[in-house]
Design a protein around this ligand. Structure first.
Ligand code: GLC
Ligand code: MG
Length: 531
């Protein structure tokens, strides 16, 4: 699978690495305990020092914050808590001045219930914007129109007493779903995309893209035979009729056509689907859709060498010709990688992510190895946890503020009490302390990013599995005659590798020959002899 880059210059996002910033938790500049745009601007040198290529900002638009910005009340403005449009323009210029790109988070499936469109839509059945959202009468015997369940638990339908109908919300009732079957909705949303593209943003991460169209007639979703106690209510049903409809692909293709009018902009789609359906979102050669349908396989699967080898092989095999891969293991929605597998293995995971074929997305704070953060009950903020408590669905633990220093209150994040607690070990696990320590995980990330940047085999070479047995995963990345071999130890026992060749990087910071893989070690080396 080397075709995508063979014979032509790779596009910036093929070689590039994306870094996700969660604006509420990066840096507070105005002492309200919540991060903001000016704070991000202050910390751009740090972002640049990592060696990433693009920043994806979680939503910065005006929002009542029922879902912390994923409930948008104005698609073409800036949330006052985060700053002003002038702050945004300054940030964008500062990002570009450092040779970085900026992606915004576009939330097309739903708006806030405070968006003027919804306020108008809800005003009555005759409202000119009634059809901008999804309104239905009660089921024949009364009650919600069908059995669909919100991703955050409970019915996906909310009764509106005043206008006498239900409206659909795939997430919170404060996040009504827009009706993308209405061309006026598409036109308005495309205007919003143009607004930001005209301002110079380099693309979008598109929120829950596979949700945007629902099956006609709103048939019930089938029961999920694999549901068991401990899973959230969302998983009681298979979302067959509420997501992944063919018409949504046509919309994605039109989004792409819009982006392409602006040159080399990037569309990343948030899509949780099995490989065969995920890769359909690349589109077809004559009708491309998103450049990168997010590949969440590393988030959804257990961490072991043979399993990971299999998921890489399955994903590589599923990719359509020309479909450029991508990999993710952390986000503002997932438990932190170091909380899932511990720091020693989080280092191995970092080496995997940054040596796989395809665009990696990093999540802020993972480069510091932040692990489990316990959120005291009275500080829980995530509506998902508040609605379905105790199942481990809460997302606050991965959204805690960045620890910048051990020598200032609140780790230098804010002069005020932060909106979420900071990792308990912030006095030692912070940017400044890790910068001083050449053996830190922060430096491992920097070394991996710089090696990836300077090595075509790593950034654009092809992928070949060499061996997956027990705790060992070994693979090659090759570009032309240059071959780099990666060996990862998923366990705590040394593994005899019997390899020669020069070590380029070890997760344990050692040099020498790759004859043995130490416990919890990952190695990148020059493969001894050609094969
Ligand atoms: C996406 C976002 C998540 C949000 C949801 C609803 O999955 O990443 O944070 O809650 O969409 O917008
Ligand atoms: Mg602030």
């Amino acid at each position: 699978m080397s075709e995508p880059s063979a014979g032509r210059t790779p596009r910036w996002w093929e070689r590039g690495v994306i870094y996700q910033i969660y604006p509420r938790s990066f840096q507070d500049s105005d002492g309200d305990g919540v991060g903001d745009l000016a704070g991000i601007e202050q910390r751009l040198d740090y972002v640049a020092s990592l060696g990433v290529d693009a920043i994806w900002l979680s939503p910065i638009f005006p929002s009542p914050m029922a879902d912390f910005g994923y409930d948008v009340a104005d698609y073409v403005g800036v949330e006052p808590m985060f700053g002003t449009i002038e702050d945004f323009d300054r940030l964008l210029a500062a990002v570009h001045a450092r040779g970085l790109k900026l992606l915004l988070d576009f939330v097309p499936n739903h708006s806030s219930d405070q968006h003027p469109w919804f306020v108008e839509s809800r005003s009555g059945k005759d409202s000119p914007k009634r059809d901008w959202y999804i309104w239905r009468p009660p089921a024949p015997g009364g009650g919600p129109p069908n059995n669909w369940i919100s991703d955050f638990g409970g019915s996906a339908w909310e009764w509106d007493e005043a206008s006498g109908e239900y409206y659909l919300h795939a997430f919170l009732k404060e996040q009504p779903d827009l009706n993308w079957r209405n061309p006026a909705v598409e036109a308005a949303m495309f205007d919003a995309m143009r607004y930001w593209l005209d301002r110079g943003v380099d693309g979008f991460r598109i929120d829950v893209l596979w949700h945007i169209v629902k099956a006609r007639g709103f048939p019930d979703n089938p029961a999920n035979p694999n549901w068991h106690q401990g899973l959230g209510q969302r998983d009681l049903l298979i979302q067959r009729n509420s997501t992944d409809q063919p018409e949504a692909h046509a919309i994605a293709a039109r989004m792409r056509a819009l982006a392409d009018q602006y040159g080399d902009r990037l569309l990343v789609g948030e899509i949780f689907l099995p490989n065969d359906r995920l890769v359909a979102w690349y589109g077809t050669p004559g009708r491309p859709e998103v450049h990168l349908p997010f590949n969440f396989a590393l988030i959804e699967n257990p961490w072991n060498a043979e399993g990971v080898a299999r998921l890489i092989a399955d994903y590589e095999a599923a990719l359509p010709p020309g479909g450029w891969p991508n990999w993710v293991y952390g986000s503002h929605d997932a438990a932190r990688i170091a909380a899932r597998i511990g720091e020693p293995q989080a280092r191995v995971a970092a080496m995997l992510l940054l040596t796989l074929r395809g665009t990696p997305t990093l999540y802020q704070g993972d480069e510091l190895g932040i692990g489990e953060v316990v959120i005291p009950p009275d500080r829980i903020r995530d509506p998902r946890e508040l609605r379905e408590p105790g199942l481990g669905l809460g997302r606050d633990p991965s959204r805690t503020p960045m620890p910048w220093t051990g020598n200032a209150p609140n780790a230098g994040f804010s002069t005020a009490d932060p909106w979420l607690p900071i990792n308990a070990d912030w006095a030692t696990r912070n940017v400044e302390a890790e910068h001083e320590d050449r053996g830190s995980i922060l430096w491992l990330y920097r070394d991996l990013l710089s090696l990836r940047r300077s090595t075509d085999a790593l950034s654009i070479g092809d992928y070949r599995e060499v061996e997956a047995r027990g705790d060992l995963l070994m693979f090659d990345r090759r570009h032309g005659d240059h071959c780099v071999r990666i060996a990862l130890n998923f366990g705590e026992t040394a593994i005899d590798l019997s390899q020669s060749g020069q070590v380029l990087l070890s997760t344990l910071g050692r040099s020498g020959r790759p004859s043995t893989l130490r416990p919890n070690e990952g190695l990148i080396f020059l493969a001894g002899e050609p094969h």
